[in-house]
Design a protein. Structure first.
Length: 262
């Protein structure tokens, strides 16, 4: 039975970069996202360029019934998923109480519940087989609260703590769990969230999605628990541990409001 890497949010950004980097290594792929045209194009291109089997499934992870259908298909099918990458996520930006609740709920459904459910379902199969690997994509935002992006920062903190705990639980069964916490990455993420990061465009903190993907795969080869691309980002991740919580909140609030132009 051929082995596949399942990647959510695979139609753009870090998810797409990881898909290409894995295909370059000869890995078969199962790509999951909402946009059928993009998935079809990407699957065809990767199959042609790297001679790997590239499948795709259209699924809106904010819709629990669609996720249930995907999991049912995986359970009934013959695909051996030995690498799960939970990458799908999006952010909202601005005062929490001014956000549309439906969007805030969707953020939690995609960034928290779908990731946890995929880990639960596919993790069980990996445990039964005695091997496999899970990568949850969190963020540098996970290390502190984030006023004006409160729900997003909290969702990434969940993934960080959840992944570390799951790593300890599954290690005796041969299943490796890691969490990726990238800093600012040059993708469409900020634009979709309505954030102005033009002042960061040439910053040394801003990495390309391709650089993040390459660093991540090397770290997965070494079974790193927490993966933070870029030495500057690794330094930033440690700073909240040396500052009082009130100061961490204030600094994060100021940075996020600057991105709003306020």
């Amino acid at each position: 039975m051929p082995k596949f890497a399942l990647i959510t949010g695979a139609s753009s950004g870090i998810g797409l970069a990881l898909a290409e980097a894995l295909a370059r290594r000869g890995r078969n792929l199962l790509l999951v996202a909402r946009q059928r045209p993009a998935l079809e194009s990407i699957a065809h291109e990767l199959s042609q360029r790297f001679a790997v089997q590239t499948l795709f499934r259209v699924c809106d992870l904010s819709q629990p019934l669609q996720l249930t259908g995907l999991l049912h298909e995986l359970e009934q099918g013959r695909l051996h998923i030995d690498l799960l990458i939970n990458n799908a996520a999006f952010a909202s930006f601005g005062p929490y109480l001014e956000q549309d609740w439906r969007q805030e709920q969707a953020l939690i459904e995609v960034g928290v519940l779908a990731s946890a459910r995929l880990c639960h379902s596919l993790g069980q199969h990996m445990q039964q087989r005695g091997g496999g690997q899970i990568l949850n994509v969190s963020s540098l935002a996970a290390f502190q609260p984030g006023p004006w992006m409160s729900n997003y920062f909290a969702s990434k903190a969940y993934l960080l703590h959840f992944s570390e705990a799951l790593r300890e639980e599954l290690a005796p069964h041969g299943v490796r769990v890691s969490v990726l916490c990238p800093g600012p990455t040059n993708t469409g993420f900020f634009r979709k969230a309505g954030m102005d990061v033009r002042q960061m465009a040439d910053s040394k903190f801003m990495l390309s999605a391709e650089a993040v993907a390459q660093y991540t795969l090397k770290a997965l080869d070494k079974n790193r628990a927490i993966i933070i691309p870029g030495w500057r980002n690794r330094l930033v991740s440690r700073l909240p541990g040396f500052a009082p919580r009130w100061l961490t909140r204030k600094v994060a609030a100021r940075v996020n409001r600057m991105m709003a132009g306020n």
